[in-house]
Design a protein around this ligand. Structure first.
Ligand code: SF4
Length: 336
């Protein structure tokens, strides 16, 4: 590992000032991804600004029944928070589907959003990779791309975003609070991650010293039936080949009043399925509708030969999750 400077910040302004004044600085939260990448030589910050002591570790209700989680809240704590489990089960399930118990105990809400791709060539300094070293090429284009993107890729990069939590947050229309040198602003989580285009080295729309300080879940999705399901090569401690986060609320006549759908493991960012939502909203909640919705979204997929399986997998996973959510709302109450 290369030598680096270390600064421990006590307040958000202090962290931003330290980041702004140090060359090639990076924020250090749980460190579960950044430190691994530093050991590999993929990340070489000159200075680490430690933000683990910032007062960003609380979860609180917001007016109107929303919820605000500080960016320093650990993944394991957010997953078992009583309101998250009751009102946004899709988020609790996504968090519990990610990583291992030990990692969830260390990883933070903000850091989970900012983790980097697990494309094997990104982590291998001997391979060309436009994301790690801009302009060097993309080893995945002629190599192994089974786990990589079928939506939103570019000729420069077809990496996927690895977060489960971010997929749930996309389906929930969550909003981020971002502090930076120019002040504090809000940012829809769906506008955090960018598609690679010609600049895959930039994962997000954040400026260098921007710091995510909180994630807010809006009241509009509180209490709505929701679920997260993940298809992966083994039952635990594996990244998604495909995942689905869904919110589905039906009217009494069996039509869809509210639908939110997002895919993970298929694109360089959590993929909010707006075309599918258009098909779902107002339609009868049955398998034919769910299949039509998934197909409308996946019609834009551009798979490669070794990851073409992701398209039917995403379709069937989405249909299954939506069907389960619909059944749970239409099944007769059990008799005493
Ligand atoms: Fe690098 Fe992206 Fe190509 Fe992977 S897919 S090697 S991350 S440029």
């Amino acid at each position: 590992m290369k030598p680096f400077g270390y600064v421990r910040a006590r307040t958000v302004p202090e962290a931003i000032e330290a980041h702004t004044s140090a060359p090639a600085a990076r924020y250090l939260g749980g460190g579960t991804n950044l430190v691994d990448l530093m050991k590999l030589g993929v990340e070489t910050p000159a200075t680490l600004v430690d933000i683990s002591a910032l007062p960003l570790d609380t979860v609180e209700d917001t007016p109107g029944n929303g919820l605000r989680a500080g960016a320093g809240v650990r993944n394991s704590d957010l997953a078992v928070h009583p309101r998250v489990r009751a009102d946004w089960p899709v988020l609790s399930q996504a968090l519990l589907a990610g990583a291992s118990g030990q990692l969830r105990n260390a990883a933070t809400t903000g850091g989970n959003l900012l983790q980097r791709t697990r494309c094997p060539y990104f982590q291998d300094l001997a391979q060309p990779c436009n994301k790690r070293a801009p302009g060097t090429g993309c080893a995945a284009l002629t190599g192994h791309s089974r786990e990589l993107a079928v939506l939103g890729a570019s000729p420069s990069c077809l990496a996927t975003h690895p977060s489960d939590m971010a997929v749930a947050l996309a389906a929930l229309d969550a909003e981020l609070t971002v502090a930076g040198p120019g002040g504090t602003r809000t940012l829809p989580v769906t506008e955090l991650h960018r598609l690679p285009g010609a600049h895959p080295e930039r994962d997000t729309t954040l400026a260098p010293a921007d710091l995510i300080t909180a994630v807010t879940l809006p009241p509009a999705t509180a209490g709505a039936p929701s679920a997260y399901r993940k298809a992966r090569d083994r039952a635990s401690y594996a990244f998604a080949l495909v995942s689905v986060a869904a919110v589905l609320r039906l009217d009494p006549d069996g039509t869809v009043r509210q639908a939110r759908l997002a895919f993970g493991g298929v694109a360089p960012r959590p993929w909010r399925a707006l075309r599918a939502e258009d098909v779902l909203t107002g339609a009868r909640a049955d398998e034919e509708t769910f299949r039509r919705a998934a197909d409308a979204e996946l019609a834009q997929a551009a798979p490669r030969p070794d990851n073409a399986f992701k398209v039917p997998l995403a379709r069937e996973l989405a249909v299954a999750v939506l069907a389960d959510l619909a059944t749970a709302q239409t099944a007769p109450e059990p008799q005493p």
